[in-house]
Ligand binder design. Structure first.
Ligand SMILES: C[S@@+](CC[C@H](N)C(=O)[O-])C[C@H]1O[C@@H](n2cnc3c(N)ncnc32)[C@H](O)[C@@H]1O
Length: 261
């Protein structure tokens, strides 16, 4: 580990060099999804809203394209979805890839039970199970790809760094997809449009907190470096579109064609 634990835990979500304003635009407050004192129906409504918006606005398809591009050269890819929530991404991957096998997981027991009770639970190429992305219960190299979508911001820095370490231990490639962290003025505008609805709609409440907890590209680099300096990142961030982080261990990255490193 390159930096001390205390440093990484104090790192702003905007990264080590975040501006004063950016440092104000973050919170330790938890989303409903992360709280034990919140009615399960509220959490389920957030998960359902995520599933619906993912389908409606095309994110589920976009994320599936990103994931499958990373295993395009693997005949029968073994894919691990972490923090799957509703399982929409895994269902899309199964639809689109005729031989991929999927291990579909989440740390939340209720979400895992709901996914296991649905279509995924009966699929012959699927295993549904509970799993913590910060302590993955799988052997080194067990997967060709691990994917963690719209979940990374839930984790405090030291835990988030664990995802880099664990994801690249169990899979040749780790893909993290998360919200973009806009520049501070744009961030203020985004928050201002959401805040009036936050007390009314649990999905927006969690969206505001997500926005404040999202890591910037420089924070993502610092977290990966902290996890293991041998982890190499390919970071693709848009202004408003989700940011995509492709992480590999240096030795795995070196075996790829130059264009894909
Ligand atoms: C905002 S939801 C995203 C669900 C889905 N991936 C999507 O794209 O809509 C975040 C999910 O991350 C899960 N999560 C939070 N911490 C986790 C951890 N340490 N390991 C695995 N999953 C976690 C939550 O239970 C929740 O299902």
């Amino acid at each position: 580990m390159a930096q001390s634990l205390i440093d990484i835990n104090r790192m702003p979500r905007g990264g080590p060099d975040a501006s004063c304003l950016d440092r104000l635009l973050e919170t330790d407050r938890l989303e409903y999804l992360d709280r034990d004192d919140v009615d399960q129906r509220v959490k389920t409504s957030v998960i359902r809203a995520l599933e619906w918006t993912g389908e409606r606005f095309g994110n589920t398809e976009r994320f599936a394209e990103v994931a499958l591009a990373e295993v395009a050269d693997v005949a029968d890819p073994r894919i691990l979805e972490l923090g799957a929530g509703h399982g929409g991404l895994s269902r899309k991957l199964l639809d689109w890839h005729p031989t991929a096998s999927l291990t579909v997981t989440d740390v939340d027991e209720e979400s895992v039970a709901a996914m296991a009770a649905g279509e995924l639970g009966e699929h012959p190429r699927v295993t549904v199970r509970q799993m913590d992305a910060t302590a993955i219960d799988a052997a080194d190299g067990a997967f060709d790809l691990a994917v963690f979508a719209l979940s990374f911001h839930h984790l405090a820095p030291a835990q988030a760094a664990r995802v880099f370490a664990e994801g690249t231990r169990v899979a040749a490639t780790l893909v993290i997809i998360d919200l973009p962290r806009p520049t501070s003025p744009l961030h203020l505008v985004r928050l201002a449009t959401m805040l009036p609805f936050a007390p009314l709609l649990p999905f927006v409440h969690d969206g505001v907190i997500s926005s404040l907890r999202t890591y910037s590209p420089s924070a993502l680099r610092a977290l990966a470096e902290y996890a293991d300096p041998a982890i190499e990142l390919d970071l693709r961030s848009g202004l408003l579109s989700p940011q995509v982080v492709v992480a590999r261990r240096g030795d795995a990255a070196a075996s790829l064609p130059k264009g894909q490193r």
